[in-house]
Design a protein around this ligand. Structure first.
Ligand SMILES: CC(C)(COP(=O)(O)OP(=O)(O)OC[C@H]1O[C@@H](n2cnc3c(N)ncnc32)[C@H](O)[C@@H]1OP(=O)(O)O)[C@@H](O)C(=O)NCCC(=O)NCCS
Length: 182
C-alpha cells in the first residue's frame, strides 16, 4: 500500500516484525470487543491474523514517528457487492489504548480519506461504530462523516450488534477541502 505520512504518524505496510506490538494491544480486553472482534488469546493467534492482514493488503500499520513503533492499524475494505458497484470502501481502525485521546486516529483517518478520494478516486467512504462506542463516534464526527442508517451486524460472540453507519461522499469531501482553503 502507498505509504502515507502525517505530522506524527507513518501509515505503512504491515510486516511480521509488527507481531509483538500488534499482540500487545490486540490481547487487551477493552479494545477488540468495542470494535466487534475477540481479544487475541495468544501470540500465535495474532501471528495468523497479522499474516492474513498482510496478504489481504487492505490495512496500513500505524507507526508513531517518534518511536518507530506500531501503535494500531487502519484499513479500507470492500465489504459487499453494493460497495463494489458504487465505488465505495469502508474504513476501519484500531489504536493501542496507551495512545488514545491525542487525536492520532483523526490524523490517520484524514490521511486515508485523502488517499481514498485523490488516489483511488472513490465516490464515497463509509464508516461505522457500535452504538456504545462513543470514542469511535467522535473520530467519525471529527472527520466530517454524515450519519446514514443503523444496521445489525454479527458480533464476535455470535450475537447481533447495531452498527451506526456514516458516509462521506467525494463531493462533500472535496467541497470541504475547497472551503478550508478559502
Ligand atoms: C476509536 C479510537 C481509534 C479513537 O482513537 P483516538 O486517537 O483516541 O481518538 P481521539 O483522540 O480523537 O479521541 C476520541 C474520543 O475518545 C475519548 N477518549 C480518549 N481516551 C479515552 C478513554 N480512555 N476512554 C474513553 N474515552 C476516551 C476522547 O475524549 C475523544 O473525544 P473528544 O474528541 O470529544 O474529546 C480508539 O479509541 C480505539 O482504538 N478504540 C478501540 C477500537 C475501536 O473502537 N475501533 C473502531 C471500531 S468502530
Amino acid at each position: 500500500m502507498k505509504t502515507l505520512i502525517t505530522k506524527r504518524l507513518i501509515l505503512r505496510d504491515l510486516n511480521m516484525n509488527d507481531l509483538v506490538p500488534f499482540y500487545t494491544y490486540a490481547k487487551k480486553p477493552n479494545i477488540g470487543p468495542i470494535a466487534g472482534w475477540k481479544p487475541h488469546e495468544s501470540l500465535e493467534e495474532s501471528r495468523k491474523i497479522l499474516k492474513m492482514m498482510i496478504s489481504e493488503n487492505e490495512v496500513w500499520g500505524i507507526e508513531l514517528k517518534s518511536t518507530n513503533q506500531l501503535i494500531g492499524t487502519i484499513g479500507i475494505h470492500v465489504r459487499n457487492f453494493d460497495n463494489a458497484i458504487n465505488n465505495v470502501k469502508e474504513v476501519g481502525y484500531v489504536l493501542d489504548d496507551t495512545y488514545w485521546g491525542q487525536g492520532l486516529m483523526v490524523e490517520a483517518v484524514s490521511a486515508v480519506l485523502d488517499y481514498c478520494f485523490i488516489n483511488q478516486e472513490l465516490d464515497a467512504v463509509l464508516c461505522g461504530h457500535a452504538k456504545n462506542n462513543s470514542q469511535s463516534k467522535r473520530v467519525i464526527e471529527k472527520t466530517n462523516f454524515k450519519y446514514t442508517h443503523t444496521e445489525p451486524r454479527d458480533h464476535f460472540d455470535k450475537t447481533k450488534i447495531d452498527i451506526m453507519m456514516y458516509e462521506l461522499t467525494r463531493l462533500d469531501y472535496l467541497g470541504g477541502k475547497m472551503n478550508d482553503k478559502s
